[in-house]
Design a protein around this ligand. Sequence first.
Ligand code: ADP
Ligand code: ZN
Ligand code: ZN
Length: 765
Amino acid sequence: MSDFLFADIIIPVALKTSYTYQVDERLKNLIKVGSRVYVQFGIKREYIGVVERLHHDKPDYKGVKSVSRMPQFVPAISLKQLDLWRWISNYYMCTIGEVMDAALPSGLKAGLKDEDIAGSLTGYRPKEEIIISLAERYDEARLNKVLDSMARSPARTRLLTAFLDLTGYGDVKFPQKVRKSELIKKANVSGVVLNTLIEKGIFQKSVIEALRFEQTGKICSPVNPLTSTQIKAKDEIDKFYTDKEVVLLKGVTSSGKTEIYIHLIEEQLKKSKQVLYMLPEIALTTQIINRLKNHFGNEVGIYHSRFNDNERVEVWRRISGDMKDHRFSVILGVRSSLFLPFSNLGLIIVDEEHDNSYKQQDPAPRYNARDTAMILARKHGAKVLLGSATPSVETMFNARNGKYGLVEITERYGKVNMPEMVIADTRDAHRRKIMISHFTPVLINAIEEAIAGGSQIVLFRNRRGYAPVIQCKECGWTPVCRQCAVNMTYHKGLNKLRCHYCGAVQAVPKTCDSCNSTDLEMRGFGTEKIEDEIQMLFPEAKVARMDLDSTRKKGSVDKIISDLEKGKTDILIGTQMVSKGLDFEGLTVVGILNVDNMLLFPDFRSHEKCFQLIEQVSGRAGRRRKRGKVIIQTSDQYHSVMQQAINHDYDAMFHQQINERKEFNYPPYTRLIKIYIKHKEMDTVKRSSMKLAGLLRDSFGSRILGPEYPLVARVQSLYLMTILIKIEPRKSLVKAKEIILWAMEKTKRDPGNSSVRIYADIDPL
Ligand code: ADP
Ligand code: ZN
Ligand code: ZN
């Protein structure tokens, strides 16, 4: 025991443990578990760390550094948050520093040398606003006198009259305030004029904290009354919650799931509880946020990476109650919103729960936000609602065996029919030579008809860019990425080749690298090419595209969606992004272009994913009055998945999949852990992978598969191999992870292996 106070501090890097610092006298009474503090780490490197533990055990090494400064403005990390960090770090096998790094916006973790100088550049600062008021109380007579005295300065007169206009002339209550920016604009004068009147003691200025998010008007429309079918579903949900923590709401597309969410949110707000509403993708937040704001106004906040850091920190503060007059009670966000400082969460909605985007791939923590949401909910005693028209096989399994409550809605709102599903056989069309570039006559006719009838069309293709392959006609050479073992995709807008794995760009080759031939052809087609061709086939139509490339700029998704809403777009072409959430009255035709390639993908989930995708994209069609039509272009129409999709037969899909999973021992009948081994030299990867697999086999026996090369065996200059571990649900996962950690460490200690990157991906997708 020592008289001094020590703090174990989490630093946002991949360190195994937290580090111990001595707490400076001056901070003794301020610092607590969860406090953010400035710490020196490494040579001349400063970080913001988070206090994990406070104690009096002096570390047994020399040169213990001290903490002496804490950043301002933002409250400490709560114990519940720290608990969640710890759970993620244990479950997903990463360091708590990595979790911290993912959890905090950079404004809350950027270490700075000089707070005052650098602070205005990167560190979080509240937004300030200058407020102008009259310096003293003036009655009308005195005001007129002042105005008279300004008679020879039109600018000053304009300024004072503008002030009086804005604050309400004739009702000069002291103190009346206006924003400086508003005043200057209205008066149309320069800041110098204002400063003069401040110096003369007529006006005074003060500084207040401003909001970074636009406030909507205060009037919120009441929630829509639910239909009897929806009421029944909601009653069932409520009933399940008396003894279950998680309920799955499986409702066909456009059945009004979102309307039910809105009712559930309203009930939570009445109980003064917070609600987290999660969506898998940023693109989806646009339409939903408007629906939520309609009812809940300024109580709704939105959180994702498109917001800049200051905005994200503001959301952070408004959720924590730090800005108490501007509290957010509902947060609409993507997976990282789990990390916000909720104090009183009542409900977490995980919409489109089946979506893979809930899983973070890289970097660590490789967490699944849907699964982590259940842990977060438990910490708050909150409920979880999983929503989907096409639940994942695992979730449906849990619902059928009673772990989750299961509530189903089988009809669309307004009893609108499910869309008509039409197969367009591309193999046949090719044989009969009736394909029109990449489109079947069936699809072209449907587009023509829709346009003639003033309807809108969505065309889905799960590949972005123009042409995925460029090939030499003489020798078959194709350009591949210098860092990854994949073909480069041609992007016409960019007029460059781009690697979809690492983002590298190359110039478009004019000649073959291998035989110098100039006879290069483009093969395959992505969204960009479809856009081009559709525009050529339908020159009058207004065509737009929504994919990763067309939505890089902030606000671009909003623009695409509002154009559709306003009927400014006739045909929208897009990737996965168009498959979810979109709810447009005029949209009646959906074309799905060649999803067959998905069925060939060697993954035990590929059939499930293909079914979900078709069902989701189809769900965009004919959501109001008019019945929609979906054209699926395929060369494999008798494939069971195609048949299940055209019959909207989720149950058939589920049964087939669950039987296969059981037979071949895949989730939910087993848990998977995938280990990645990466290095810039192939030999090193091979050697360490063999070693690791050997060590693991000693303990796990035939539960180990691999090592093997994944589909893309080199990414960003690193070769990689994977090892798959299957663990029966009844076996201890904790024990298994201990063995895995030990084996990874041991492998890395072998000569020549210290620079190999080895990590585990738990419940990989
Ligand atoms: P889902 O989330 O299941 O796809 P939505 O909640 O988006 O379905 O509902 C589909 C459409 O029907 C939306 O435009 C929605 O506003 C409308 N709708 C659904 N239920 C109601 C209701 N009870 N009252 C008014 N409109 C509704
Ligand atoms: Zn060639
Ligand atoms: Zn690459």
